[in-house]
Design a protein around this ligand. Structure first.
Ligand code: SAH
Length: 244
């Protein structure tokens, strides 16, 4: 029986603690008792742990042994803010698919009211990825950055790794071919990746020029036009197929 997995809010080298709704759920609903075993994620590592003390406010575990953590994909997803329900669904799928960081950006065709409301949605997005990380038994929770203007992200992205803009107008170069090139150029190691996706309205011409001017590679996911959340899943699946 696979042990339940919990993501601790607080930890030190020997113990980890759940608080808030997780503690309450464990104590009240699951009737947790000292001695019960579980997998506990603390600080990006997974531990075989056992409950030391239980109360509805706090459940403390003793960390018994570190377990093999699963490698997240070294990917930052730059997603242009779009309809929140679709976007939140996409964020959950990207978490299941192993993304490490999500950078929400405001693109030229991001609807104004969504851009204004985005900063207040970040806490909700962080809860979504926390739940999805637990459900998909990840040993880490993706980082969600504060929303920023697209241009800031395009210019700021670090020079280590490869930066790819998924361009619906691109026909010649496929994502697969760009990744194959990256892998062969770095002795079969996948470099850190930054993948950028546009809003429902797509990239504006000046944005495509900005990507190009800042060294981003444009890549296609095929001849059909995908919703941004579909494009993110398809792209992560292509990357994953090189790694797993
Ligand atoms: N409104 C645009 C489509 C935007 S889709 C149009 O009808 O042309 C939203 C984003 O998903 C795009 O900006 C791009 O980043 C990504 N995307 C969708 N289809 C794609 C494809 N076939 N290849 C690469 N990226 C794609």
């Amino acid at each position: 029986m696979t042990r339940r997995r919990w993501i601790a809010e607080h930890w030190d080298e020997a113990t980890a603690t759940l608080t808030g709704t997780q503690a309450e759920h464990l104590a009240r609903v699951l009737r947790a008792q000292p001695g019960m075993e579980a997998d506990v994620v603390a600080g990006g590592f997974v531990f075989h742990a056992e409950i030391a003390a239980v109360s509805p406010e706090e459940v403390r575990f003793n960390l018994l042994a570190e377990l093999e953590a699963d490698p997240a994909l070294p990917i930052t997803l730059v997603i242009s803010i779009f309809k929140f329900d679709h976007m939140e669904w996409g964020i959950e799928k990207a978490t299941e698919l192993g993304v490490t960081t999500i950078a929400p950006v405001i693109a030229r065709r991001t609807e104004k009211h969504l851009a204004q409301a985005a900063a207040k949605r970040v806490e909700r997005w962080r809860r979504i990825v926390h739940e999805a990380a637990k459900q998909s038994r990840r040993s880490d929770v993706p980082l969600i950055l504060e929303p920023q203007p697209l241009a800031e992200r395009v210019k700021a992205a670090g020079d280590d790794g490869m930066r790819i803009v998924l361009a619906e107008q691109e026909r010649g170069v496929t994502l697969r071919s760009v990744l194959a090139e990256a892998m062969s150029a770095s002795s079969n190691e996948m470099p850190k990746l930054e993948l950028a996706f546009g809003p429902e309205g797509g990239w504006a011409p000046e944005e495509e020029a900005l990507f190009d001017a800042n060294g981003w590679r444009a890549a296609s996911l095929g001849p059909r036009i995908l919703r941004a959340e579909t494009a993110a899943i398809a792209a992560l699946a292509v990357v994953g197929s090189f790694l797993e």
